[in-house]
Design a protein around this ligand. Structure first.
Ligand SMILES: Nc1ncnc2c1ncn2[C@@H]1O[C@H](COP(=O)(O)OP(=O)(O)OP(=O)(O)O)[C@@H](O)[C@H]1O
Length: 320
């Protein structure tokens, strides 16, 4: 069932910035990520969906009804079924967490207890809001929004400024919001580690336009250009003239560069089919290393597992 539908949405924000041609749909419980470089229009898009801003053209439908008609009828900011957690949220000062949540709460005691458990804040209820870490504040702000039982939750860069343990807790919370509370989420983030494993669909924005939308696998393996490729990790650019150096590399057009990830190359034994090259540099990255290899003047980055390689060594590179 389609929960959200955007149809040719356009919004001029500043003289030199227009969000335009934005069309996509979201099914109930489908996990959507909006990615893009800073200033590409991600927050503006979330504000439009939430009903906090109105498109200049086009239409946004939530549960088959116009978001902006619903907001207009109610004369309150934002659509009541859609919760938006801004990057710049604030919690009221000098209150206990339970007081902050009480004001917003429309749930039964049992539902509220489940919500606080899902948001991993049950142990924080007696604390004052100035006695919390950034990650704890974020989970409380999220619980406060969810107290009004929205059907769609929009999260704007929720992982920025969090250390790894808080980030991992928040990832569990966001997963449980979908799985246990059955609330659909749209997440804005530019970190591929946060988005690729979670999303069902990724929408990539550049300069206010969608440049690609698709499954994480498609976006990662078949980016339409270097901009999309670069948002989701390292990649090699092989000009068409150099493609023949690498047996098995498929040329898509005579003029278009091939974009290929480091793990799509591997080092093989001397009797196997591949391109002969020399290791120029090795970058150790924990569980694996990335070797920069010179193949007849074309430098390629290859992901290597194990510590059997040395700079200056001759190797053979194959396409996986
Ligand atoms: N209130 C405003 N007045 C003028 N320009 C604005 C306003 N809000 C946003 N912009 C501009 O509109 C463009 C899109 O901004 P937006 O915040 O939607 O981008 P973003 O992709 O969310 O960026 P970031 O990742 O940095 O949060 C930017 O060029 C920004 O400077």
């Amino acid at each position: 069932m389609t929960l959200l539908k955007l149809s040719s949405v356009k919004k001029a924000i500043a003289q030199d910035f227009v969000l335009q041609d934005i069309s996509f749909t979201q099914r109930k419980l489908q996990k959507i990520v909006v990615a893009g470089e800073t200033g590409s229009g991600k927050s503006t898009l979330l504000k439009l969906i939430s009903g906090l801003a109105r498109p200049d053209e086009g239409e946004i439908f939530f549960e088959q009804k116009s978001v902006h008609d619903a907001v207009f009828e109610k004369l309150v900011p934002g659509h009541p079924g859609i919760a938006y957690l801004s990057q710049h949220f604030e919690l009221p000062k000098f209150l206990r967490v339970e007081q902050v949540l009480e004001y917003a709460n429309m749930l039964s005691a049992e539902e509220a207890a489940t919500l606080f458990e899902v948001c991993q804040i049950s142990h924080l209820l007696k604390r004052k809001t100035d006695q919390l870490s950034g990650g704890e504040k974020q989970r409380i702000a999220m619980a406060r929004l969810l107290c009004s039982s929205p059907r769609l939750l929009l999260l704007d860069e929720p992982f920025s400024h969090l250390d790894l343990p808080h980030k991992n807790t928040l990832k569990d919370v966001i997963r449980d919001i979908g799985e246990k509370l059955k609330i659909t989420c749209v997440l804005v983030s530019h970190d591929p580690d946060d988005t690729l494993p979670w999303a069902d669909k990724i929408i990539v924005l550049k300069d206010g336009k969608i440049v690609q939308q698709g499954t994480p696998d498609k976006i990662y393996r078949e980016p339409v250009n270097e901009y999309v490729a670069g948002l989701f990790g390292k990649y090699n650019v092989i000009p068409p003239a150099k493609a023949k150096l690498f047996p098995g590399l498929k040329l898509k057009s005579k003029t278009k560069n091939i974009l290929i990830r480091p793990e799509s190359f591997s080092l093989v034994g001397p009797t196997k089919k591949g391109a002969t090259g020399k290791i120029k540099k090795i970058n150790f990255l924990g569980g694996f290393a990335e070797a920069e290899i010179d193949v007849d003047g074309q430098i390629v980055t290859v992901r290597v597992i194990g510590n059997h390689i040395k700079e200056g060594k001759k190797v053979k590179v194959a396409v996986v």
